[in-house]
Design a protein around this ligand. Structure first.
Ligand code: ADP
Length: 280
């Protein structure tokens, strides 16, 4: 399921008295791909993704989610159907856990979207297995778990809804390296299943390793939409201008240039760094 953003503008209050946060965004988020959204703090990334599942409604323009068109006039009763299609994993999603047991927490979504208790339980167990949370934890209070385990429960809660698209806002924040690797595997496996994945991240290495397209936000506008490879055609200054971390091979090259080495183009990998300096 693709998501099309057409002429989207957004203000948190009335247009006259509050600033324009999103300014005429036009963007296609393709089905079955990972779209990364990067850009400096305050550039509008979180506001944009909350418009993808009608947590926020456009001030102008529209967001087309599958066959549902969301505008400023979309009625409240149409929103749950959109939210069920686009799952949202916020920053530190574990803060939203609430139920008495892990299993009940994960069952909550499906139960509220018309599944029977048995169906919800089955979906929840499947989701908990998928995030590799061992069965011994399922009857415990989510608040007795470690931070990494709580994150898994929160992810399972969204997976159990089986949405067609999933949005992740800095999902790796605070995870240990093993947890980060598992998360990247999960995002890749969602893509393999044909889900539409949107990822907000400031970790450029992660973005370049995962994403099929990278959307660069700046001051509420889309500054660029590129394939990861294309980003290596950019200058270092361009990364800095957009407050993006330098990807590892680029950072490497920067250090080496200070030592007198020369690079014809920004290296795309550490192997490319080695190849370019081999003869110097
Ligand atoms: P990012 O995710 O890129 O850091 P945000 O979408 O969170 O950017 O914020 C974009 C702008 O919107 C910022 O100037 C921020 O202060 C403002 N903003 C975010 N949330 C609200 C809100 N609930 N009310 C008013 N302004 C907000």
């Amino acid at each position: 399921m693709a998501i099309n953003i057409e002429g989207l503008t957004f203000h948190y209050g009335g247009a006259k008295q509050s600033p324009t946060i999103l300014d005429d965004i036009n963007l296609t988020i393709p089905s079955g791909r990972i779209t990364a959204i990067v850009g400096q703090t305050g550039s509008g990334k979180s506001t944009l993704v909350q418009n993808l599942n009608a947590l926020l409604l456009p001030s102008g323009g529209q967001v087309v989610v599958g066959d549902q068109v969301i505008t400023s006039k979309t009625k409240e009763k149409a929103l749950p159907a959109v939210r069920a299609q686009v799952g949202m994993v916020f920053q530190f999603p574990e803060n939203q856990l609430f139920a008495a047991t892990v299993l009940e927490d994960v069952m909550y979504g499906p139960k509220n979207f018309g599944k029977t208790a048995e169906e919800a339980e089955e979906l929840a167990k499947k989701a908990l297995n998928r995030v590799s949370l061992a069965e011994e934890f399922w009857q415990r209070s989510p608040f007795d778990l470690s931070g990494g385990q709580m994150r898994r429960v929160a992810l399972a809660g969204v997976l159990a809804m089986n949405p067609k698209a999933m949005v992740f806002d800095e999902p790796a924040a605070g995870l240990d390296p093993q947890g980060q690797l598992e998360l990247l595997d999960l995002l890749r496996s969602l893509r393999t299943e044909g889900k539409t994945v949107v990822l907000i991240s400031h970790q450029m290495d992660q973005v370049l390793a995962l994403a099929d397209q990278v959307v660069v936000m700046q001051d509420g506008q889309v500054a660029a939409v590129e394939a990861p490879d294309q980003l290596f055609q950019r200058s270092r200054q361009w990364f800095l201008d957009h407050s993006l971390d330098l990807p590892t091979p680029v950072a490497f090259a920067k250090d080496l240039e200070e030592k007198g080495y020369h690079f014809d183009h920004l290296p795309t990998s550490v192997a490319d760094v080695a190849a370019q300096i081999a003869k110097q």
